[in-house]
Design a protein around this ligand. Structure first.
Ligand code: PLP
Length: 428
């Protein structure tokens, strides 16, 4: 047991502020990171890791990106927050509209969870309906009504995944299998649904792309049934295209939620849609929504420093780098019965399955093999997310040398390479 972990557990619940960080899914003790630079993280002992978790996708230019650091430093010197209207929020909103023109009006929050929670309240307020539809394996933050997946089956009424979520609340959430067009058509026929929320590229059960047919059916059936369609692009917005999955798939939702990349690594969320929908929010409308630190100047400055440098070209560059890397990685890891799924620069290595289309396939994947893979990588200085069912990411700071080194580490793994590095010992 390391001292830092023991000490953390004395003060933080479970030693962490977000459960996956505790390494329960892969075993062993969490690594305590102290610094980041470009594609690298450095732990509290100064050991270096090539990072493919990237603050769960929030980092696009690499850690401690000089322009972002400069923007935050400049803003901090002018004050860290005023709780008033500022031009910084307008500036970031204007920037976001270049990529997401359908977000005619938006509002910033301090997290993706809040953005989603607020978008759903707005949808319920506008439609005057209570029921929401989500999909199995999609994560939309930790608000009560969304901590629901479902047993197997078709239109299952939700049972909560977490203690503390009242079953009365969970029962307002209908959970359907991802990519299941027939189930969507059947449920939305009832015309009692306020909104359908979906990750148009699922990133929280590992990367599982929606089929074009599925997204088109969501658009068609929500329109027909008087429900709103919410794309939760907290990960995929500014990750899979300039304009997110909506742009990549050519499907327009009514409301969009963003987070992660738009804060340049600082806490943030945003939700938005047409001016006519968004005017239902307080103070112009009757749907209440607020936040002490919402749109705080540091997050706005960091976000603007990132987004103002992006264009369609950025994504072409990133994908040109990702595609050959993943193609080669796929060949190497096929030895270990793995398949790699990706959309642009977000990807997951699934073991023991051929293809993953929904949460049922995800459940069949081999989490134990992933844990072995994860710890091999960790020993060799490559940091992957500490759970089999999460997305990995590339940043614009991941260069050819880093990618080659990673492929070398994959090769060792496939070859059954076992020697332990002397600088890091595994204790289970
Ligand atoms: C991360 C994430 C959220 C929650 O965002 P937080 O900032 O962690 O509250 C919501 N939806 C999706 C799709 C996410 O990936």
């Amino acid at each position: 047991m390391s001292g830092v972990w023991e000490e953390a557990k004395k003060h933080l619940a479970g030693g962490v502020d977000s459960p996956v960080r505790a390494f329960k899914a892969v075993g062993g003790e969490p690594v305590f990171m102290a610094e980041g630079r470009g594609p690298f993280l450095y732990d509290h002992r100064g050991r270096r890791y090539l990072d493919y978790c990237l603050s769960w996708g929030a980092i696009l230019f690499g850690h401690a990106d000089p322009q972002t650091v400069r923007a935050v430093r400049t803003q901090a010197a002018k004050g860290t927050g005023f709780g008033t209207a500022t031009e910084y929020e307008t500036a970031l909103a204007r920037e976001i509209k270049k990529a997401f023109p359908r977000m005619e009006r938006m509002r910033f929050t301090s997290s993706g969870t809040e953005a989603v929670m607020s978008a759903i309240r707005l949808a319920r307020g506008v439609t005057r309906r209570s029921r929401i539809v989500k999909f199995e394996g999609c994560y939309h933050g930790h608000a009560d009504g969304l901590l629901v997946k479902a047993g197997s089956g078709l239109a299952t009424f939700g049972a909560p995944d977490s203690d503390g979520v009242p079953s009365e609340v969970a029962s307002l959430t209908t959970v359907l299998p991802y990519n299941d067009v027939a189930a969507v058509r059947r449920v939305l026929k009832k015309k009692d649904t306020a909104c359908v929320i979906v990750e148009p590229v699922a990133g929280n059960m590992g990367v599982v792309p929606a089929t074009a047919e599925f997204l088109a059916a969501l658009r068609e059936e929500t329109r027909r049934g008087g429900s709103l369609l919410i794309f939760d692009e907290v990960i995929s917005g500014y990750r899979v295209a300039y304009g997110g999955a909506a742009k990549r798939y050519g499907v327009s939702p009514d409301l969009t939620t963003l987070g992660k990349i738009i804060g340049g690594g600082l806490p943030v969320g945003a939700f938005g849609g047409s001016a006519s929908l968004m005017k239902a929010l307080s103070p112009t409308g009757k749907v209440y929504q607020a936040g002490t630190l919402s749109g705080n100047p540091l997050s706005m400055a960091a976000g603007l420093s990132v987004l103002s440098r992006l264009s369609e070209k950025t994504y072409a560059t990133l994908e040109a780098r990702t595609a050959p890397f993943l193609a080669r990685a796929g060949e190497i890891l096929r030895e270990k019965n793995a398949v790699i799924q990706n959309v642009g620069s977000m990807f997951t290595v699934f073991f023991g399955v051929d293809r993953v289309r929904d949460f049922g396939d995800v459940r069949r994947a081999d989490g134990k093999e992933y844990a072995r893979f994860f710890h091999h990588l960790l020993r060799r200085g490559v940091y992957f997310p500490p759970s089999a069912f999460e997305a990995c990411f590339l940043s614009l700071s991941h260069g050819a040398a880093e990618l080659d080194r990673t492929l070398g580490v994959f090769e060792e793994y496939s070859a059954g390479w076992k020697r332990k590095s002397n600088s890091y010992r595994l204790s289970r």
